[in-house]
Write a new protein. Structure first.
Lengths: 272, 719
């Protein structure tokens, strides 16, 4: 409630204090599509479908790229400020590169410390952000910096026949071991939510007084900071990964990987 | 019937009633139908010229194509500058002289377009396309009609011999050949040598043309004297202090030189680095041509002496205005002084004198300033740099203390105000001078006394005398004076009696005259000059936001220029021209979107019948020329304001907007785009809006649209 109040207050103040809101030739409202991409350095995709649908994987060491699609609306609240909202969507998989602690699994002789296969992820990132244009520019044209809070939602799903743990199960009565698989990763579909702070720098050009071409880069601050842990292999919070929390633990890393740093290219239409 | 109607239109369009210079002078104006250069599409003209060139065999086609582009734009720029007079009395007269000169060569006559240029510089120019421009400064100096005719012959010869285009090609070749071991000075000498040869050829060819006329051949030789002494005023008249004296005001002789310097003869100066041969050589050359030619029955005047002198007087009157425009007040004062001797009752001349006196007072007070950007580089020249009689005036200006100059000015200006009470400008100068006196330690007590001895004394006694003065109230003093009951105090300062008659007989003067130290806190000229305002200034941006509600602006010729150093022709004329057209559309579209009223005044958009717009454009341009004659231009006071009120009334706004784009690309590919939008209040002489921004970018359409729209939006939403 408090956060909502501050956001609302910010928008109203923007509109009042900077009441000179010209937009571009009077057009202040635009909708657009954006494409974000970044090299998938850590926690890369799996399934050999990583470079915008194809390419390398973490295991192969080939370069891989994330792809995010965005829809946005932007409104010039003054000659310097744009208030914007975007929804970004990405679909990817996690190739289970992280090992789990197998000591907590009794009755199985685990063959690999990593789960087989992958799990799928569908992410939606909602961002309320503000663009501030440089002193010589007029929103929505020119160079700008942007910032705003984001809410990252991600829905994961896995198929136990694909993602499982291969192990030998010892039958004490028969005295034999049986090769088996099992998937102790919790519900097949799991939802997670996180928050972040987006910062970015960009430049927008306007063609035919209607079409906006916007390019630049953005980062998610918390993702960048937590990268330090990702690099060192230390997990945030320090608790060991177990099959039960495997998805919860790794999905956060993967989401960080997707959002950490992105180059973007957006195309928009100035409506009115 | 139609023929008669056309004849009537022609007569009314080009016929003039002569001005009565004994009483007044109305600044020169264009009239009639505007020439084709105003309405033609210059890009098509250039295209036709180049097509014509391509038909010819020529080794320098590339250079000549560039020349044709540049020169067409240059001619257009000059003709549309507002400084070119069209179908006015002086230009019509010049054309009549050309008619006389070329009466046997109608083909050549029809190729020529002769115009007067409002410039005080003693010069004339011609272009390859038959355009001849004669400066007001030259006409003012000419001694006879024959001299003017010879100068025109000289310029016509430049045209017939194609000196301009050939000069361009050869100069470019010299530049392209590079220095190749030569110094810059060598290259300059080479260029000058070439130019001198062409000038000498024009002298000779011009003379051949001239000798076919009925003009006195000797005047051709004398015309070089006009050029030789072009730095001197158009007449040399002793400057007498009595001009500014009245019965109770006599200026001490000490302010004047006993003798003025002689005129230096530098006719044989070294002309190695000059584009023209020295006048001694030119005179000898013409004298040889005259030789024993029959000069009998040849005339100094074919059209008539009276008409010539009238036209020359018009030029001289106009010259005063041009000096004022350049803020060259001493020259304007001397020119007006000369004219006042001939036309003692001419109101315009008196007004010029009043303006000069007032301006010199303000200069003395540090209110009018000059700098290296000014036409008068860093102020009035020293009297030691001036020759002959004008030296007296410069010495006088330098010697007389500022406060005394203010008294002298007030004495002149207020009496002029009495004579022309409805003249608002004179009234405002008078009020302002009174306020200047209010800024001194003097007050009414220093002046309201009747003298015992009408003799001149030393001004240094002022302080000791002031100490003895008994202070009385202003009204008491005036009342006493009017009753002639004033206790007579012996006065030993020459200027103290200057206003005695005014105090006695003019209640307005008495009531306006300040008490001592009445306005001592700050310098107050009574003029609206520069208002303090919040100003945002950085290396790449300047902004003054409009403080007043602006609802309508006069859009003065939106400007667009593209410069590309990486190309052989750095000024991209054609592209600039195309962009300018688009820019004008953008500016008007943005204003329209915001329902902001604009009136565009652009010589490039007039029809042939809209000569009035050219005159209005000229009036505003003159205002800006005066305004911009210094680095610190915001503070410049404008004196050429006589016609501004008419323009304001006509267009319904006192706000004039200058807006433009300059795009620059360096040899190394660095791009810069400069955007500016200024609005000046031409009534109150103030800048009311300024936006100036530099971008390290190309001049993209979104940049231009955004900035222009922002400018109008800011104006629309100004307080």
């Amino acid at each position: 409630m408090r956060t909502r109040f501050f956001i609302l207050a910010f928008i109203i103040l923007n509109s009042i204090v900077f009441s000179q809101a010209p937009g571009h030739l009077g057009k202040r409202f635009s909708i657009g599509y954006g494409f974000h991409t970044s090299p998938s350095v850590f926690n890369a995709n799996g399934k050999n479908q990583t470079i915008i649908g194809r390419g390398g994987s973490a295991e192969s060491g080939s370069p891989a790229f994330n792809a995010i699609h965005e829809l946005n609306i932007e409104f010039a609240t003054s000659s310097k400020w744009l208030t914007c909202f975007s929804a970004r969507y990405y679909k990817t998989v996690y190739d289970n590169a992280e090992s789990f602690n197998s000591s907590q699994i009794s009755g199985y002789n685990i063959q690999s410390s990593r789960p087989e296969g992958y799990y799928s992820m569908r992410g939606l990132t909602y961002t309320l952000y503000f663009k501030y244009f440089g002193k010589r520019y007029v929103a929505p044209w020119g160079r700008y910096v942007m910032f705003g809070p984001t809410i990252n939602t991600v829905k994961t799903s896995y198929d136990p026949s694909e993602m499982n743990i291969r192990a030998y199960k010892y039958n004490s009565s028969s005295g034999t071991s049986k090769d088996t698989t099992f998937a102790p990763f919790g519900p097949k579909e799991q939802d997670y939510v996180g928050v972040n702070l987006m910062l970015g720098i960009g430049r927008s050009r306007i063609y035919s007084n209607r079409i906006i071409l916007d390019y630049g880069f953005n980062i998610h601050m918390f993702s960048v900071l937590s990268s330090l842990f990702d690099i060192t292999g230390n997990r945030i919070g320090g608790s060991p990964i177990t099959p039960a929390n495997y998805i919860e633990s790794t999905v956060k890393q993967r989401v960080r990987g997707v959002n950490r740093f992105n180059l973007f290219l957006k195309i928009g239409v100035l409506l009115f | 019937m139609i023929k008669y109607f056309l004849l009537l239109v022609l007569v009314t369009g080009t016929g003039y009633a002569q001005q009565n210079l004994k009483e007044n002078f109305v600044p020169l104006k264009s009239s009639g139908t505007l020439p084709d250069v105003f309405t033609q599409n210059i890009r098509n003209v250039i295209k036709d010229d180049i097509t014509e060139l391509n038909k010819q065999k020529d080794n320098n086609k590339s250079l000549k194509k560039t020349y044709l582009t540049e020169t067409n734009y240059e001619i257009e720029k000059i003709v549309k500058s507002g400084n070119t007079l069209i179908n006015d009395e002086v230009t019509t007269y010049l054309n009549k002289v050309v008619d006389v000169v070329l009466k046997n060569n109608p083909t050549l006559r029809n190729e020529l377009h002769v115009y007067t240029l409002k410039s005080p510089v003693v010069n004339a120019y011609s272009y390859d396309k038959g355009y001849v421009f004669i400066n007001i400064g030259l006409i003012a100096q000419a001694e006879t009609e024959a001299q003017l005719a010879y100068i025109l012959c000289h310029e016509i010869s430049h045209y017939t011999k194609k000196h301009h285009i050939n000069g361009y090609v050869d100069t470019k070749k010299i530049e392209r050949n590079g220095y190749d071991g030569k110094t810059k000075s060598d290259v300059l000498i080479e260029k000058c040598q070439y130019s001198k040869e062409k000038e000498s050829e024009a002298d000779i060819e011009g003379f051949k043309l001239f000798e076919q006329t009925n003009y006195n051949l000797k005047q051709a030789e004398k015309s070089f004297d006009v050029l030789q002494y072009a730095h001197l005023p158009f007449e040399l008249v002793e400057f007498k202090k009595s001009f500014f004296e009245t019965d109770n005001y006599v200026i001490p002789k000490g302010y004047f030189l006993k003798e003025v310097s002689s005129i230096r003869n530098n006719s044989n100066e070294d002309d190695t680095k000059r584009t023209h041969p020295n006048t001694a050589k030119r005179k000898v050359s013409i004298a040889e041509l005259i030789g024993n030619r029959d000069n009998s029955n040849k005339l100094d005047y074919v059209l008539g002496k009276e008409q010539f002198e009238y036209i020359r007087d018009l030029a001289r009157m106009e010259l005063c205005r041009l000096y004022l425009k350049r803020r060259d007040y001493p020259n304007a004062l001397y020119a007006a002084y000369i004219l006042a001797n001939k036309f003692p009752e001419n109101q315009y001349v008196k007004e010029v004198i009043a303006k000069c006196l007032y301006a010199i007072s303000l200069h003395g007070k540090g209110i009018i300033k000059y700098d290296s950007d000014s036409y008068l580089d860093n102020g009035f020249p020293s009297y030691t740099d001036i020759e002959s009689y004008p030296q007296q005036l410069y010495h006088f200006i330098g010697q007389m203390p500022t406060n005394e100059w203010t008294i002298m000015s007030l004495n002149y200006v207020y009496r002029l105000h009495q004579k022309y009470p409805s003249n608002k400008q004179i009234a405002s100068y008078s009020d302002s001078l009174l306020k200047l006196i209010g800024n001194t330690n003097w007050g009414i007590t220093d002046f309201v006394r009747i003298k015992k001895k009408p003799l001149l004394r030393d001004t240094l006694l002022l302080d000791s005398i002031n100490a003895k003065i008994e202070t009385k109230s202003k009204t008491d003093l005036i009342a006493n004076l009017q009753k002639e009951n004033t206790v007579k105090i012996e006065d030993t300062v020459y200027y103290k009696d200057a206003f005695v008659d005014l105090f006695m007989n003019d209640s307005e003067f008495a009531s306006k005259f300040p008490s001592a130290n009445s306005l001592n806190a700050q310098t107050n000229t009574g003029f609206s000059t520069y208002k303090s305002r919040s100003e945002k200034k950085s290396k790449n941006e300047e902004l003054i936001k409009a403080q007043a509600k602006i609802e309508k602006v006069l859009l003065l010729e939106p400007f667009y220029l593209k410069v590309d150093d990486s190309k052989p022709e750095e000024f991209q004329y054609t592209e600039s021209d195309e962009r300018q057209e688009q820019f004008i559309t953008t500016v008007n579209d943005c204003a329209k979107k915001l329902n902001f009223e604009t009136v565009t005044l652009d010589p490039g958009l007039v029809t042939s019948s809209e000569v009035d717009k050219i005159n209005d454009y000229s009036v505003i341009n003159d205002w800006f020329a005066e305004k911009f004659d210094a680095n610190d231009k915001d503070k410049n006071i404008i004196f050429n304001t006589n016609e501004i009120d008419n323009v304001i009334a006509k267009y319904g706004t006192q706000y004039v907007m200058k807006i433009g784009i300059v795009n620059y690309r360096s040899k190394t590919g660095i791009k810069r785009t400069y955007y500016y939008g200024f609005i000046y209040d031409i009534k109150d002489n103030d800048i009311v809006y300024k936006r100036y921004v530099i971008y390290r970018d190309k001049d993209s359409k979104d940049l231009i649209n955004a900035k222009v729209y922002q400018t109008f939006h800011e104006l629309k939403h100004s307080k």
